[in-house]
Design a binder for this molecule. Structure first.
Ligand SMILES: Nc1ncnc2c1ncn2[C@@H]1O[C@H](COP(=O)(O)OP(=O)(O)OP(=O)(O)O)[C@@H](O)[C@H]1O
Length: 539
């Protein structure tokens, strides 16, 4: 388990006008904890001497000034998170700041130059590169892309739609199971086997993103977007699978409604954005207060989805994006204050390991077969009938959690859905196991044929040896060798039989295999072990 507070970083967007300098300063040397000081411009209307505060100081893990490029941001912020995701821990990186402060530029990137690629494409590149390098594990990557707009979730990767408006996309709803785990209904998961496939998914999602123009920003995103990389890894042959999720979150602008100067539909949007960010703030405040029992995650969709990232099983990082211009001072201070609160939240990240039930069934089935074989040796009876469905599902049931007895209406609905999904899963598993069993039987048949061939070879060798050797021991008698070996047996049935009944071949009798001859110089004899009966041949 890794206990860690949420890491906070600040990124200052390059200013258009050079005269904006002098509004802030960065102190990198302050006992190794960098701080950002925002200096309030003097208002002469307040008089030359007044009690107004002149500056605010905020501490961050690291502050990236205007000249920090995308590569530096990735290397210092995203790469460590991607590394822990590859190791099996959940991770979240979210950008928070006012409209136009560079959230989308930081998370997704700019479209103009290749070097402007943001955290998402760079992280995808890194994850695919590392997983290909690591031959000790098998990695599987899935992508989902969720947009939350006016408290409704939309699947940005729905393959059936070419969205002309957001309403064309399937609505994503939240389901909560009895263990308070969040399930997102209708959010599609897409496997990406290469970096290119993953980037195509990002491109499809971005194309579907809602873009609305406001007076504040010509291409302002009015919604929250969560791009999630689901990474599973397992060692070959192992039934233990590690699942890790990496949420890369581009939140909507955090500015106050009054400042946006919009009305009508955009005002409604702004209120929703403010409301969900207000709920996010409430969750952050509740988490940063000690001994708070109730955390109001359920108040908004965004806090429900990010539940694990905030005060849960996740390594979380926040990037406060700042547009430090004179007109944005208040918003920048408010973003920094928010970050200071976020920095107090402690998360406990654990390795998300589970036993893959499918591999478990295969393993148990193999074990059952081995046990049956052993039993056949002891009892002489071979259990050949196919495993029953109940037998096949028994191991799976053992690894599945029990359902609770009762629940509310929504829980019942969830149970019905989970039950149907489980039924479908059983069906698929059963078909798969049946196919597997046919393959096992085929292999066993081949093995039996090989044994018969071996038996024949042994008999031929034995007949050859018998013609040149004199054998007269009780052991030989017990083999029913009543005729001298120099006389060839009249029929095959009179030869020593290793197969008790050849028709049993298809019933997969376990046959004793012939042992090699061991020559003993001291005893001047050759001893051959045949089954558990040994034959001493005098020379
Ligand atoms: N560090 C940066 N370097 C260069 N250009 C930047 C940087 N940050 C932002 N920009 C530019 O500023 C503009 C606004 O940035 P961006 O769209 O990322 O803001 P935002 O915070 O995501 O806004 P919104 O809340 O509306 O989504 C874009 O044209 C972007 O290219």
């Amino acid at each position: 388990m890794v206990k860690q507070t949420i890491q906070i970083f600040a990124r200052v967007k390059p200013t258009v006008r050079k005269q904006q300098q002098g509004i802030y300063s960065i102190d990198e040397d302050e006992k190794l904890i960098p701080s950002l000081e925002i200096i309030l411009p003097r208002d002469l209307a307040d008089g030359f001497v007044n009690n107004k505060r002149e500056s605010y100081k905020f501490k961050f893990q690291r502050i990236f000034d205007q000249d920090a490029n995308q590569e530096t941001i990735f290397e210092n912020i995203a790469k460590p998170v991607a590394e822990s995701v590859l190791a099996g821990y959940n991770g979240t990186i979210f950008a928070y700041g006012q409209t136009g402060s560079g959230k989308t530029f930081t998370i997704t990137g700019g479209a103009e130059r290749y070097s402007d690629r943001g955290i998402i494409p760079r992280t995808l590149s890194y994850i695919f590169e590392q997983s290909q390098k690591d031959s000790s594990k098998i990695y599987t990557t899935h992508i989902s892309y969720l947009e939350i707009y006016n408290e409704c979730g939309y699947d940005l990767l729905d393959p059936r739609h070419e969205a002309s408006s957001l309403e064309d996309l399937p609505k994503v709803t939240i389901l909560e199971d009895p263990d308070q785990n969040i399930h997102l209904k209708n959010l599609s998961l897409h496997q990406a086997t290469t970096e290119e496939e993953a980037l195509n998914l990002l491109f499809l999602g971005d194309t579907n993103r809602m873009i609305a123009e406001t007076p504040m920003n010509q291409a302002s995103t009015r919604s929250h977007c969560i791009f999630t990389i689901h990474l599973s890894s397992k060692e070959p042959g192992s039934a233990t699978v590690r699942h890790a999720k990496l949420h890369l979150v581009d939140l909507a602008g955090s500015e106050r409604v009054a400042k946006t100067g919009v009305g009508g539909l955009l005002l409604t949007e702004a209120k929703y954005i403010n409301l969900s960010l207000h709920y996010l703030e409430q969750v952050i405040i509740a988490l940063s207060e000690k001994h708070r029992l109730h955390i109001p995650y359920r108040n908004s969709m965004m806090t429900s989805v990010l539940r694990d990232s905030l005060g849960g099983n996740c390594m979380t990082t926040m990037i406060a994006t700042l547009s430090l211009e004179k007109r944005n001072i208040d918003e920048s201070i408010s973003t920094c204050r928010f970050a200071q609160r976020v920095a107090l939240i402690k998360n406990e990240a654990v390795l998300n390991e589970e036993i893959d039930p499918r591999l478990m069934i295969i393993r148990l089935q193999k074990e059952i077969q081995e046990l049956k074989d052993e039993l056949a040796i002891v009892t002489g009876e071979q259990k050949t009938e196919a495993l029953t469905e109940a037998e096949l599902l028994q191991p799976h049931k053992a690894v599945c959690r029990k359902n609770p007895k009762e629940g509310s209406a929504s829980q019942e609905k969830l149970h019905v859905e989970l039950h149907l999904a489980e039924k479908q899963w059983y069906k698929t598993m059963f078909t798969h196991l049946k196919a597997l069993k046919v393959e096992i039987e085929h292999l066993q048949l081949l093995m039996d044929k090989a044994k018969v061939k071996l038996q024949k070879e042994f008999e031929a060798w034995w007949a050859e040896e018998a013609t040149s050797l004199q054998v007269d021991t009780p052991a030989v008698k017990s083999l029913n060798l009543t005729k001298p070996f120099h006389q060839a047996p009249e029929s095959l049935h009179e030869r020593p039989q290793l197969l008790s009944n050849k028709s049993d071949v298809n019933a997969r009798k376990i046959l004793p295999s012939p042992c090699p001859i061991v020559y003993s110089q001291e005893q001047n004899s050759t001893s051959a072990s045949l089954d558990d009966r040994s034959v001493i041949l005098s020379l």
